[in-house]
Design a protein around this ligand. Structure first.
Ligand code: UDP
Length: 340
């Protein structure tokens, strides 16, 4: 494996993965149309690594343009597919937009891969496919029953890839991410949401004085302190799981492999806020609100399979996750809009 095409490479997880790929000696071709992202991280990825990559501004629904990318690049060995819409609440309100973008866009990509003889792919899936798990930590053979359109698109794409790997002898790795947080240690690349849907970017913005308080969505769950518990994973660790997956595909995978990517350790909302206070030295006002519809009490990963089969281990703990998130937030309070 030499040349990797990364869809959504300008996004949060995509940009961190491009850094790790370039640092590991891979050539990178990004396809991104800047839906929910901007060009600046692509420039910074190259600046940070001292390497150049190839970039194509193409929407995955544009089959002709996508095909032209595959034809113009000499030989693509594998694809890492991040590009997708990802806001759960928005997916409930606009399911058709989610199915069109996430499913049709992926189908087009898979067809173009087939037509161009590319048969290895790492797919960005999510712990959300497990819905409300019966047992935690969750193992990969737990039942899949997503509870919202976003989760359904992830579960459907997993199925499409499993069927395709079987029929066309593709090598497929599905990575089910738990809760990605944090930023690159340089403070130059990070998560840059217009309006944060997830806990940590929201807490960051409150610490930075951009928002007034964090609403804790329920403190009456059956957990350590009543607030929701999640398995937060440093985005750089997550990025490295993709590099390990590409290495695994190099040894010829026939069929589909599925891995949870988390640390195995859960932290509550209150623990996250408290650690953020300590790291940033800022006051972070919290208000207890009602539960958010669809939320579950606890969700943690059993990542033993990824440890054993990919040789991947999470290296960073909570302290590093929050320190890096704060470094990014305090260096660029308005994210990439602060770019000079
Ligand atoms: N959460 C919260 N306030 C917020 C955002 C999230 O209390 O403003 C809680 C949420 O209920 C959950 C945890 O933080 O228990 C993580 O939520 P997030 O949306 O980041 O991830 P997900 O729900 O996908 O696990």
């Amino acid at each position: 494996m030499k040349k990797i095409l990364v869809t959504g490479g300008a996004g949060y997880i995509g940009s961190h993965t491009c850094i790790e790929l370039l640092n590991s000696g891979y050539e990178v071709v990004i396809v991104d149309d800047f839906t929910n992202s901007v060009a600046e991280p692509v420039r910074r990825v190259q600046e940070l690594t001292g390497k150049t990559l190839s970039f194509h501004e193409v929407n995955l629904l544009d089959k002709e343009a996508l095909d032209a990318v595959f034809k113009s690049e000499e030989k693509i060995d594998a694809v890492i597919h991040f590009a997708a819409l990802k806001a759960v609440g928005e997916s409930v309100e606009q399911p058709l937009m989610y199915y069109k973008n996430n499913i049709s866009g992926s189908l087009t990509l898979f067809e173009v891969m087939r037509d161009n003889g590319v048969s290895n792919i790492v797919f960005s899936s999510s712990a959300t496919v497990y819905g409300d798990p019966e047992v935690t930590p969750i193992q990969e053979d737990a039942a899949v029953h997503a509870t919202n359109p976003y989760g359904h698109t992830k579960a459907m794409m997993e199925q499409i890839l499993m069927d395709t790997s079987h029929a066309l002898e593709w090598g497929v790795i599905l990575l089910r991410y738990f809760n990605p947080v944090g930023a690159h240690e340089s403070g130059q690349i990070g998560e840059d949401p217009d309006y944060p849907n997830n806990l940590l970017p929201f807490v960051s913005q409150v610490a930075a004085g951009i928002r007034e308080h964090v609403t804790i969505f329920g403190d009456d769950y059956d957990t350590v302190d009543g607030t929701g518990v999640r398995d937060y994973i440093h985005v750089v660790d997550l990025a490295r799981a993709h590099v390990k997956s590409i290495e695994k595909l190099t040894s010829k995978v026939n069929g589909t492999l599925i891995y949870n990517i988390g640390t195995g350790t859960g932290y509550s909302v209150k623990q996250m806020v408290e650690t953020f206070r300590q790291v940033s030295g800022k006051e972070i006002k919290t208000i207890i609100g009602p539960r958010r519809p669809g939320d579950i009490a606890e969700c943690t990963a059993d990542a033993t399979l990824a440890n054993n089969e990919l040789g991947w281990h999470a290296e960073y703990g909570l302290q590093e996750m929050i320190e890096s998130a704060w470094k990014w937030q305090s260096t660029y309070p308005n994210g990439y809009r602060d770019a000079k």
